[in-house]
Design a protein around this ligand. Structure first.
Ligand SMILES: *Cc1c(COP(=O)(O)O)cnc(C)c1O
Length: 382
């Protein structure tokens, strides 16, 4: 059979009927341990930290959706990033995109750096800067595209080419796009990372994270991090992500349509100091976004000029909720400086361009007319 299309994979990946009963949904195996068949022999499972049948189905689905050879589910996106860097050694050098998710920077700056791992933030949108930053000790280039919340893109294929020439692996945080809209491995990346908390789960009812690899060595490394560090996804939350994935393609289609409509409405509003959405022709990387993504998603950010203006705007919103996180069916708005990027100092925020007036929107799948009307009345109060 030819390679299945995304919608078919989303519905069926990891979802073969249960071999024991024929159940069409993946059973939630609520068990910590498994009866062994003898000394050193088992039915494929021994302890749920090392492997659980429900989690294994999700891991299989994630590998298929991203075109990798192995998937590993962690208890949160942060646990997955820790799984990515936890096997590095003192003296190793890592290149990281300049304005990554605040939690990623917190993990790298406040924990990983203390292990003697050299973390260097580089503007990965600038290919010369990436080439210049690579040293003999560089092991990994970790990129986030588009970045949170400024929506700056990195050319995944170009960075992978530059990195591979020098023996450096590339990992991509694909949380903002989901596998429905961007497949970094097909573009040349070695590893994909997700916070499944966001679009993959899609219903804001569970945290989770994932690493998808392409080499036997990745499987060994990520399995070691699951077994040794223990930050694995529970069977029930694995089930929730599997269920979310079955409608991922439909949700992303509506997220995308609403995101574009909201961005076009906002682009006509005089009160905005800036608007960042790669689906607008005015976005400086619109062409790259059209080339490496299959859509522009539903994440955008806007600048209202001051923290006070943001306060009035958030208080006036009726459909959008003032909350962190993203990628759920409901629309959310949040003040980046005091939520997702609160872990950075004022200087660090200023250096990456996260101003006091910046608001991030995660556009949900409600009716777009209601979303636009809500934004219009809230802007009137600014
Ligand atoms: C949310 C998020 C994370 C962290 O994921 P958690 O599930 O909250 O731990 C990492 N990267 C990006 C881009 C995110 O949006």
């Amino acid at each position: 059979m030819s390679q299945q299309k995304f919608a078919t994979l989303a519905v069926h990946a990891g979802q073969q009927p249960d071999p024991l009963t024929g159940a069409v949904n993946v059973p939630v195996y609520l068990t910590s341990t498994f009866e062994l068949t003898g000394i050193g022999t088992d039915k494929g499972w021994d302890y749920s930290r090392a492997g659980n049948p429900t989690r294994a189905r999700l891991e299989e689905a994630l590998a298929m959706l991203e075109g990798g050879t192995c998937g590993h589910a962690f208890s949160s996106g942060m646990a997955a990033i820790y799984g990515l860097v936890g096997t590095l050694r003192t003296g190793d050098h890592v290149i990281v995109s300049r304005n990554v998710y605040g939690g990623t920077a917190r993990l790298f700056n406040m924990i990983v750096r203390h292990y003697g791992i050299d973390i260097e933030y580089v503007d990965t949108a600038d290919l010369d800067a990436v080439a210049k930053a690579i040293r003999p000790s560089t092991k990994l280039a970790h990129i986030e595209t588009p970045t949170n919340p400024l929506m700056v893109l990195t050319d995944i294929a170009a960075v992978s080419r530059i990195a591979h020439e020098r023996g450096v692996e590339v990992s991509v945080d694909n949380t903002f796009m989901s596998p429905a809209l961007q497949n970094p491995i097909a573009l040349g990346a070695d590893i994909v990372m997700h916070s499944t908390t966001k679009f993959l789960n899609g219903h804001s009812d569970g945290l989770g994270g994932a690493l998808i690899g392409t080499k036997p060595e990745h499987k060994e490394r990520f399995l070691l991090m699951q077994k040794a560090a223990g930050g694995i996804l529970s069977p029930f939350e694995s089930y929730l992500v599997l269920r979310g994935i079955r409608t991922l393609h439909l949700r992303m289609r509506q997220h995308e349509e609403n995101g574009q409509a909201v961005a076009e409405f906002l682009s006509s509003q005089k009160k905005l100091k800036s608007l960042n959405y790669p689906g607008l022709k005015s976005h400086p990387q619109h062409e790259l976004a059209s080339k490496q993504q299959r859509g522009f998603g539903s994440m955008l950010s806007l600048d209202l000029g001051s923290r006070e203006a943001v306060g009035r705007f958030l208080a006036a919103l009726k459909v959008f909720l003032n909350a962190e996180s993203l990628g759920g069916v409901e629309s959310l708005a949040s003040h980046s400086g005091t939520t997702t990027h609160a872990a950075l100092s004022d200087e660090e925020r200023a250096a990456v361009g996260i101003t006091d007036g910046l608001v991030r929107l995660s556009v949900g799948i409600e009716d777009k007319d209601d979303l636009i009307a809500d934004l219009e009345q809230a802007l009137a109060s600014v």
